[in-house]
Design a protein around this ligand. Structure first.
Ligand code: PLP
Length: 391
């Protein structure tokens, strides 16, 4: 049966970051499966809300109304059973800004911040661009999927370590952390008095066999050291509207974070973002999300079946969450950057794993959030690229 997500939408002329790269690599026909946004329209309710707001014609400074906070609170309650209070919510224009503000607010120059690579590379930038020291505690590969290495983590924490940035669910490895893993990590952080910034932007994008648990909801007794980054950006494909909500139950941490946000001059929101978030988090958005998840995991099955038949040497990690598949290409080619170039020459762009730090070498990240026909075409091109890489 045809799906609303089958429609191939020309994103030309919209300044789409994902597609406009073609100018840079001077190729004309390349399917971009790299940056994490989807080639799908946002839910109809979201589009309607934005269109109605646009039709008004006056786009002045915009407050965050009570209905905005209630929409966020209701979503967290309905999806995760997490009772969030209004005063815990701090708006920022994106999760990446929130990560930078968190590093500025909770650490001092020269302090150490832990990340768990391979991981979303702006984590590294949020630490280093703010003059803090980056500490890697890489994930461990166990039975064809990534796991936390708490022994390594324990060994890197020292007296100058203040903060850990967690990615949950994890981009790029597709892990949805189990309660046991999250508890182990949080207990270790508590023992060493670390603050945890938990980036949960992918929280809604979880396979039917897995459940995402917000860290602060799982461990309310530790919520005074947990700062949770949330956003409708990934879920509803509205990253261009730049809305994010950082949830901070602890009064002191919240005050420090708020001061940092305000000192950057941020107080008001994007007029379109406010109405888009409210519409997305309404019940209609939830029904759309259920259909989206169905489609995404259909795409993942297609990828797996195609790979089994056409490039069996590729190892595909289980996709528990996110729409970013993590491909172990080491049996195909030792160098992920060279492999990416070969793929580009065959008309498909994936991200090289080494971009995500230690442990990413020899891997590729593939964004499956596109119409199925586009994915099929991309897979054919990948098959041609892989066979030329192995010659
Ligand atoms: C883990 C993670 N955090 C944050 C972002 C970006 O967030 P935003 O667009 O709200 O700044 C992404 C986008 O890929 C992501 O994967």
């Amino acid at each position: 049966m045809p799906s609303e997500f089958d429609a191939v939408i020309d994103r030309g002329g919209t300044y789409a970051f994902k597609w406009e790269f073609r100018r840079h690599c001077k190729a004309r026909d390349i399917i971009p499966l790299w940056v994490a946004d989807m080639d799908f329209e946002a839910p109809e309710g979201v589009r309607r809300a934005v269109q109605e707001r646009a039709a008004h014609g006056v786009y002045g400074y915009t407050l965050l109304p009570e209905s905005y906070y209630q929409a966020v609170i209701s979503w967290m309650q309905r999806r995760f059973g997490w009772e969030v209070r209004k005063k815990w919510i701090v708006f920022t224009p994106g999760v990446v800004p929130a990560l930078n503000f968190a590093v500025q607010a909770f650490t001092e120059a020269g302090d150490r911040v832990i990340v768990q690579p391979p991981v979303y590379y702006p984590f590294f930038l949020a630490v280093e661009n703010n003059g803090r020291e980056l500490l890697h505690s890489p994930l461990r590969i166990e039975d064809g999927r990534c796991g936390m290495d708490l022994d390594h983590l324990r060994s890197v924490i020292d007296g100058r370590t203040r903060l850990l940035i967690l990615c949950s669910p994890h981009n790029p490895t597709g892990r949805v952390w189990t309660e046991e893993e999250l508890k182990g990590l949080a207990e270790l952080c508590a023992k060493h008095d670390l603050i945890i910034v938990s980036d949960e932007i992918h929280a809604d994008l979880v396979s039917p066999d897995h459940t995402h648990k917000p860290l602060a909801a799982l461990l309310p007794e530790m919520a005074d050291r947990i700062v949770t980054c949330t956003s409708p950006n990934k879920t509803f494909n509205i990253a261009g509207l730049q809305m994010a909500n950082t949830i901070i139950p602890d009064k002191e941490l919240r005050k420090r974070f708020q001061q940092t946000v305000h000192s950057a001059g941020i107080e008001l929101a994007n007029a379109f973002g406010v109405v888009a978030l409210e519409a997305a988090y309404a019940t209609e958005g939830e029904a759309w999300l259920a259909r989206l998840l169905d489609y995404l995991w259909g795409n993942f099955s297609l990828l797996r079946e195609f790979a089994e038949e056409r490039f069996p040497d590729l190892r595909i990690y289980p996709l528990e969450g996110t729409y970013l598949a993590w491909l172990d290409c080491r049996a195909l080619h030792p160098d992920d950057k060279k492999l990416k170039d070969i793929l580009l020459r065959h008309g498909v762009w994936l991200d090289e794993g080494s971009k995500f730090g230690p442990g990413g070498e020899g891997f590729l990240r593939l964004n499956i959030a596109c119409p199925r026909t586009l994915l099929e075409e991309a897979l054919e091109r990948m098959a041609a690229a892989f066979s030329s890489a192995m010659k």
